[in-house]
Structures are given as C-alpha cells and as structure tokens.
Design a protein around this ligand. Structure first.
Ligand SMILES: [Zn+2]
Length: 108
C-alpha cells in the first residue's frame, strides 16, 4: 500500500490515514482543529452551527437559489477547484504510469 509523509508529524503513513488531498494526516489534522477550536471558541460556534444551518436553510427554502449560490461559489473559487482537480488527475496519471511501467518491466 502506498504511503506518504505527513507534513506535521513527518511520519510515513498509509494514504487512508489522510483526508483527500491533504498533506497532513488525520491524527495531526484532528489535533490542529482541536487546538484551533480551543483558541477560538467563539468562532467555532459561528462556523459549525451557523454555517451548517445557514446552508441547509438556504437549500430547503429555495433549491434554485442554492444551486445558483453553488455555481457562483464555483466561479469565485474555480482556480482553486481546478487546481484540486489537476492534482487529482496528476495523481491518477502517476498511478496509471506505475501500472504501465510494471507491465513493461523487462526480464522474465
Ligand atoms: Zn501527522
């Protein structure tokens, strides 16, 4: 199984130990969030509760407006989203290359 080095603790861990696209393992990420939450208790509430409720309400009240909002979100963040997909595609390409390379190994 493939491993990758966590940027936080520097330990080589299997890929399922990471959230998608993250360079920090889940354990470190969890600690980071916990630390941040402890340092920013007022903002945690705003993000976790108000944020989720707000999104849900928006979606229920008017699905069309919600879709519009999502579309606008995409356009505002398209560079970042594209970058994410590029990274994903590159990872897929590397995986494909590895498989092909194994098949083309000389010998036998
Ligand atoms: Zn880590």
């Amino acid at each position: 199984m493939e491993t990758k080095k966590c940027r936080q603790c520097g330990v080589d861990k299997y890929l399922p130990e990471y959230a998608k696209g993250r360079r920090v393992c889940k354990a470190c990420r969890y600690l980071q969030i916990k630390k941040w939450n402890a340092a920013n208790p007022d903002r945690v509430e705003v993000y976790s509760i108000r944020g989720q409720e707000h999104q849900e309400k928006k979606r229920h009240r008017s699905p069309a407006a919600y879709r519009k909002y999502r579309r606008e979100y995409y356009w505002k963040n398209r560079d970042r989203i594209k970058q994410y997909h590029n990274d994903y595609n590159r990872r897929q390409a590397v995986e494909k290359w590895k498989i092909l390379n194994v098949d083309n190994q000389p010998g036998e």
